[in-house]
Design a protein around this ligand. Sequence first.
Ligand code: NAD
Ligand code: UGA
Length: 454
Amino acid sequence: MNKNIVCIGAGYIGGPTMAVVAMMNPDRKVVVCDIDAKRIAAWNSKKYELPIYEPGLVDVVRSVRGRNLFFTTDIKKAVKECDIVFVGVNTPTKMFGRGAGRASDLQFWEATAREIKVCAEGDKIIVEKSTLPVRTAAAMSAILNDHAKHEFIVLSNPEFLAEGTAINDLLRPDRVLIGGPDTASGRAAVAQICDIYAGKGGRWVPRERILTTNVWSAELSKLAANAMLAQRVSSINALAGLCEATGADVDEVARVMGTDHRIGPEFLKAGPGFGGSCFKKDVLNLVYLCEMFGLHTAAEYWTGVIKMNDHQQARIVSRLFKEMFNTLANKKIAMFGFAFKADTGDTRETPAGYVARLLHEEHVRLVITDPKAMENGRRDLADLDGIAWERNPFKAAKDADAVLLMTDWREYPALDWAKIFRSMRKPALVFDTRNCLDAKALRKLGFKVLNIGK
Ligand code: NAD
Ligand code: UGA
C-alpha cells in the first residue's frame, strides 16, 4: 500500500522537497503543513506567487498542486490521516541560556513531537528532515513513545539540497541518506522511506545512491558535510588575503588546486564569505557538540571556520576604506546584490547584511539593489535608517562613488558598464567581491577595480 505523507514545515526545505516527492510519487497523497498561515496562503496562491524563489519550483508545484500535493494549516487533521510524518521545521541557533549562540534551539522540534503524539490515531514513522544535533532522534523517540498508545519510529533523513539549485539537487541527488534503528520495525521503516525516494516504478533515485546508516551517523553526517563545505570556503578566503598581499591570483590558485582530483574543483570560490541559513548554524552546532563531549581543541578548530568568515566581511570594508581615501562618511555606495548567493531571494546570514551594517556605521549613503531579495533585505535592515532600496541597478549606481558587488547574479556582468561609469562620481570604484565581472574591460572604461584575492 502506498502510504500517505505529511510534512510539517513549509519552508525552503519542506516546500521544494515535498513538491518533488509528490511529482515522483503520483499515487501518494502529500500534505505540507505550517503554523504560518501567510506562508500556506502563498503556497496555495492562484497565481503561484510562492513564498520562496527557487528556479524551476513553480513548474513542479503547478504540475502537482491539487493533484496529490496539498498545503494546509490544519496540522491535526493532516497528521491524523497520514502514515509517515516528515518534520522540516526550523532549528535556529539558540539565543538564550545554556549553549546560547551555538546550540540548536529545539523548542519548535519538541513542540512538533508533542503535537504529533496528541493527534496520532495509529503507528507512525517520523522522519527528521531538519538538520539536528546528534541524538535528537533519541529525545524525540522518548517523548513520542512515553506511555504511547501507538508505536513511533524516528528516522533521520537529512536534506543536502542547496538553495538556487534545489530542484536539480532533488531530482538528481548525489545521495539520499536514511538513518534508522537496527530493529525489525526500524529496518521496515527505513525500507518504506527508501521506496519514496525510489519513486513510482523506480524512476527517481537509483538504489545505490540511497545510503542507509544508523540514526546517529545520519545526524552527524549532515552537520559534518556542511562543516566541511564551510571549511573549504573559509580556507580559500584565508588564501585570498595572502594572494592580495603577495600578488598571487586566488582564482588561479583555486584552479590549480582543483585539478588535483583529491581536492576537486568545487567550493573553492573566494568571495565575501559564506552566508545562508545553515553553514554558520551547523558549524556552531558542531562546536557545541564537541564542547559537550570535552573535545575542546576540536571545538576551537571549527570555531576558526566561523572566525575566518566574519573576518572576510570586515576585510571588505577595510579595503573599501583604504581605497576611498580613509573616509566613507557621506559617500554613496551602490550595493549590487543582497541575497546570500545568486538564484535565491533568501537573505538569512547574507554577507551583504553584515557589510551593509558596517558601512552604515561609517555613515555611508547606501543604496541596495537585488533582483529577488529586496523584500527580505528591507525587513532584515528595517532597524537601520537612511538605507535606500532600488530595483534598477542603473538608478542605484547614479552619482555613486563606488559599486560594491556582493552577489553574483547572472545579469550583473551583462550590464552596460559604460553607462554606469558615465553616471557615477569620479573616481569611480567597483569592488567585485565575487570576481565575476570582466575587470580588464572595466579598467579600460576608466573604473578603479578591486577584487577578492587579487
Ligand atoms: P524555514 O524557516 O524556511 O521553514 C521552516 C518552517 O517551519 C517555517 O515556515 C515555520 O513556520 C514552520 N514551523 C515552525 N514550527 C512549526 C510547528 N510547530 N508546526 C508547523 N510548522 C512549524 O526553514 P528551512 O530553510 O526550510 O529549514 C528547515 C530545516 O531544514 C532546518 O533545520 C535547516 O537546517 C534544514 N535544511 C535547510 C536547507 C535549506 O536549503 N534551507 C537545506 C538543508 C537542510
Ligand atoms: C548548503 C549546502 O551546499 C547544502 O548541501 C546543504 O543542504 C545546505 O547548505 C543546508 O544544509 O542548508 P546553501 O547554503 O543553500 O547550501 O548554499 P551553498 O551553495 O552551499 O552556498 C553557501 C554559501 O557559501 C553562499 O553564501 C555561497 O556564496 C558561499 N560559497 C559557496 C562560496 O563563497 N564559495 C564557494 O565556492 C561556494
